[in-house]
Design a protein around this ligand. Structure first.
Ligand SMILES: Nc1ncnc2c1ncn2[C@@H]1O[C@H](COP(=O)(O)OP(=O)(O)O)[C@@H](O)[C@H]1O
Ligand SMILES: [Mg+2]
Length: 335
């Protein structure tokens, strides 16, 4: 696996890729694309990449030869997906490289490969989010607290009104930064989920929604304080967030009902809206062909659910609203 800049320079490579190519990570970071590929593969790859950069497709995949440090070639499949920033702009690319030679006969169908690639990417992104969130909370958050205490001390010894005024300003700015850091850390990985559980995390997330004036969101839970594995709890929260975002963005819904129920050893999440409805994609068109944009929201929800043992259903028809149903039969409980 590698994370690359938009001009295909490697920014990060995992140990497996280093092992496959025989290069160290720092060597890979300095290696220009033309020294990793054959010219014919490079031309094909840059055409596909162009599609990704222009937003025509969300992921691309090609079989190619990868040049190893010892001069030999490896036959690989390279899957690439764009990583987007806050405003939806492409910021970098994640490349998943699969060595094909040893298991060519057992090659998986393309759709299954994209499925497992998507769930790998979701896992990597979630782990990275958690790391950044903890760092924001622990490192920057604690430094800001220390800064605030230092400002208070300086204020106690300040001699004149101007110094008091300047230090008061510094205190206010520090408090704003503390608030912004907490919000950002929370957005990346809701702390309530680990500390207080699903209902608190749901309430906190619903309270932060910015709703059109005519829209109401209702939340009901019957979990009886049951706790589930961190992956399952995070999956419920993320699926609900995407389903609610979709209802607000696409459906012009005026009512969104969110329900979390644990009964008969089954955990169920339902997000129902009374909006425009749509024709849900079938399994055969869930990976649109090149040229058509392939939105990742519904695919991501499904992959995330499957990866922790859940099943997701979309009940929708044009004009009849939408229900997203996620169920975990015998969900893994929190250890
Ligand atoms: N609740 C909904 N109501 C109406 N249409 C929806 C709803 N959810 C999804 N859709 C349709 O399905 C498409 C794919 O959704 P999604 O995969 O989340 O991608 P995105 O939100 O980025 O468009 C949307 O573009 C929209 O047309
Ligand atoms: Mg969406």
């Amino acid at each position: 696996m590698a994370i690359c800049s938009l001009d295909s320079q490697i920014l990060f490579a995992n140990q497996r890729l280093c092992g496959l190519t025989g290069y160290s990570e720092s060597e890979l970071r300095q290696l220009p694309p033309e020294q990793r590929s054959l010219p014919s593969d490079l031309a094909r790859e840059s055409q596909l990449l162009e599609q990704l950069l222009q937003g025509n497709v969300e992921n691309v995949s090609l079989e190619k030869k990868l040049l190893r440090k010892n001069g030999h070639f490896l036959h690989v499949r390279k899957n690439m997906v764009g990583l987007r920033g806050q405003e939806g702009q492409l910021v970098s690319l994640i490349a998943h490289i699969e060595h094909l030679a040893p298991r060519k006969e057992a090659a998986k169908p393309a759709a299954a490969q994209i499925d497992s690639f998507a769930s790998t990417v979701i896992g990597i992104l979630e782990a990275e989010r958690k790391r950044i969130s903890l760092e924001l909370h622990d490192e920057i958050g604690q430094s800001l607290t220390a800064l605030k205490i230092a400002i208070k001390r300086a204020d106690e010894h300040a001699q004149n009104a101007e110094a008091h005024e300047a230090l008061n300003q510094a205190r206010l700015i520090t408090e704003q930064l503390m608030h912004k850091t907490r919000t950002l850390a929370h957005r990346l990985r809701p702390a309530e989920l680990d500390e207080l559980g699903l209902p608190a995390a749901f309430c906190s997330c619903l309270n932060k929604l910015v709703l059109p004036p005519e829209t109401r969101v209702f939340f009901e839970e019957q979990l009886a304080d049951a706790r589930f594995s961190p992956e399952i709890e995070l999956c419920c929260l993320r699926v609900a967030q995407e389903a609610i975002t979709n209802a607000l963005r696409h459906a012009q819904a005026t009512q969104i009902k969110v329900e979390l129920v644990f009964e008969h050893d089954e955990l169920r999440l339902s997000v129902r809206d009374n909006g425009t409805g749509f024709t849900p994609p079938t399994s055969s068109d869930k990976h649109p062909t090149a040229g058509a944009p392939s939105p990742l929201g519904l695919i991501g929800m499904r992959e995330r659910s499957l990866s922790c043992g859940g099943q997701m259903l979309i009940n929708s028809r044009p004009g009849e609203g939408t229900e997203i149903l996620l169920s975990f039969p015998q969900p893994q409980k929190r250890a």
